[in-house]
Design a protein around this ligand. Sequence first.
Ligand code: FEO
Length: 572
Amino acid sequence: MVATTDRSEKRLSIQTAEIAADTTTIRSLDWDRDRFDIEFGLQNGTTYNSYLIRGDKIALVDTSHEKFRQLYLDTLQGLIDPKEIDYLIISHTEPDHSGLVKDVLQLAPQITVVGAKVAIQFLKDLVHQPFEQQIVKNGDQLDLGKGHVLEFVNAPNLHWPDTIFSYDAGTQVMFTCDAFGMHYCSEATFDEDLGAIEPDYRFYYECLMAPNARSVLSALKRMDKLPEVTMVANGHGPLLQHNVSELIERYRRWSQAQTKAEKLVVVFYSSDYGYSDRLSQAIARGITKAGVGVEMLDLKSADPQEVQEIVNRAAGMVVGMPPAGNTTATAAVSTVLAAAKSKQIIGVFESYGEDDEPIDPLLSQFRNLGLKEAFPSIRIKEVPSEATYQLCEEAGTDLGQLLTRDRGIKQRKSLDGDLDKALGRISTGLYIITAHKGDLKSAMLASWVTQASFQPLGLTIAVAKDRAIESLMQVGDRFVLNILEEGNYQGLMKHFLKRFKPGADRFAGVKTQLATNGSPILTDALAYLECQVASRMECSDHWIVYATVDTGRVSKSDALTAVHHRKVGNYY
Ligand code: FEO
C-alpha cells in the first residue's frame, strides 16, 4: 500500500508504504533543493526516510528534517499513537534525520532512544532535555517480538562517527540511513529504475562515502557476517529492493579503488559545528578527484591514538578549525601537531561556527614544523555559498595535484616510444567548454571531443577526473562547446591554459555572450553548440561525457576548426 499526502505549493509531500512484514516507511519527499550541499549536485531533490517496525514492541527508526515537522508528525500520529512507541533508533544524528527527535519525544516521553555512544552524546546537545537511553555496540541485539530481532552494526564515519545500521532478522531488512542512499526524489518507493538513479547513487557516494572508503569497507565486512540482506532501507532516495547486491557491491568496488590510492590525505573536521562537515566534504571531494585517498576524522570524537596513526600514514592534512574550548578537539589538534612531519603538506579552513579557534597561530605552528601550505587558508566570512563550496573543492584538487604531480610526470615518460608516437597521431580539434550552474561558472580547454550520434544529435567529451568543470557536467547539466578557429585561437587557448587559483573567475577579461542554456559563449570562438549531459561513462582517469546538442551557430561559414596535432599520445 502506498499513500501520498501532497502539499504541492511547498513541493513537500509524504509517502507511506508497507515495505515488509510489520514494517512501514514514512518517506518525506523534498522535491526541490532549497540549500546547496555538495552532494546535491544533480538537483533531483531528496527524501528523508523513516521507518516504523511493529513487533510486540514498537520501534521508530529515525525521524525527518524539521521542514517536515507538521506533515511528518501528522502522518506518524495517523499511523500510530506515539505513546505506543517503545524505541526510537537513531542511526545518525544529523538534523535531516534527527531534526524531529525533540518533537517525537515531546509526544512520547516514554520512548527509549537507542543509538551509538557518540550519537547519544550528540543528541543530548540537540534535545536539551532528559530522555531514556540505550547505548548499543556492534553485534548488540534488540528483540521487538514477532521475530523482529534487530542486530546493530557499527558503521562509524558513514558519514558521521555516530552511525549504526540496524538489521531486522525477521524481514532481512537493513536500515542504513545515509549509506546506500542517494538524493533522488520520486514517487517510486523502490529502485526499480536503476538507470534513472545510478548517476545520483554514484555522485552521492563520491561526495559522502569516498572520503570514508576505509570505513565503508569495515562496515561491509561487518555486514558480510549477517544473514542475507534482501532490502536496504536507506535514509535518502528510493529503498533498494531490486538491485540490493549490485548496489552494495558497487560500494565495495569503489571503496577498494579509493583505498588503493598511493597517497592519503586526512581531513579533520568537527561534526555539527558551523559548516565544518560540509566544507570538509567539498575539500575531500576535490582531493579524491586528483586520485588521492582521503580519510575524514571528527576532531570532536577523535581518539588520540587514531589521530596519531592516521597522521603517520598521511602525505597531507587538512584541518577545519574546531570550536574553541572543546577539550577533545583541542587535544586532537595538539596530537596532529605532535605527529606532523616536515615532508607533509597542510591546508587549513575556518568552519564559520560562532567560535572558531583562530587560524593564524595554528598555521604558523605547522609552518615552523616545515610543512608546506597546499592552498591559501580558507577564511569563511559569511554563510557558505555555492561559490564557497566550489572554492573548497578546487583547493582540495590543488592539494591532491601537488601530491600526484611527480607520478604524472613519471607516467608521461614511461610509455613505450613507438606506441607513444603512434598514439600521438590521433588528432583532434581545439575547444573550450563553458558551463554555468546556479552561481557557479567554469571553463576548460578540451581536445578529446567527437560527434557520437545523429538521432539525437550528440557528442562525447573526455574530461579528466581532476578538472574543476567536471562537477558542472553531471547528468542533466547544460554547457556550451565553443569551437576554436584555425589561426585565431592562441589568445583564448593561452588564457584558459593558465593555472587558476581556487575559486578564481575563469572569464575575467574574456568577451562572452549568454547562451540560451545560461552558459557563456566565447565571442571569439568560431562556432558554439549548446549541450546537455545525457550520460557519463567512467574510463580510468577520465569521464566520457555523452551530451545531446540542442542548438548551435557558426560565426564565419568559410573558416576552419583549429586542429590539435600532438607528438606523443601520453599527454594532451
Ligand atoms: Fe542524511 Fe548525514 O545526513
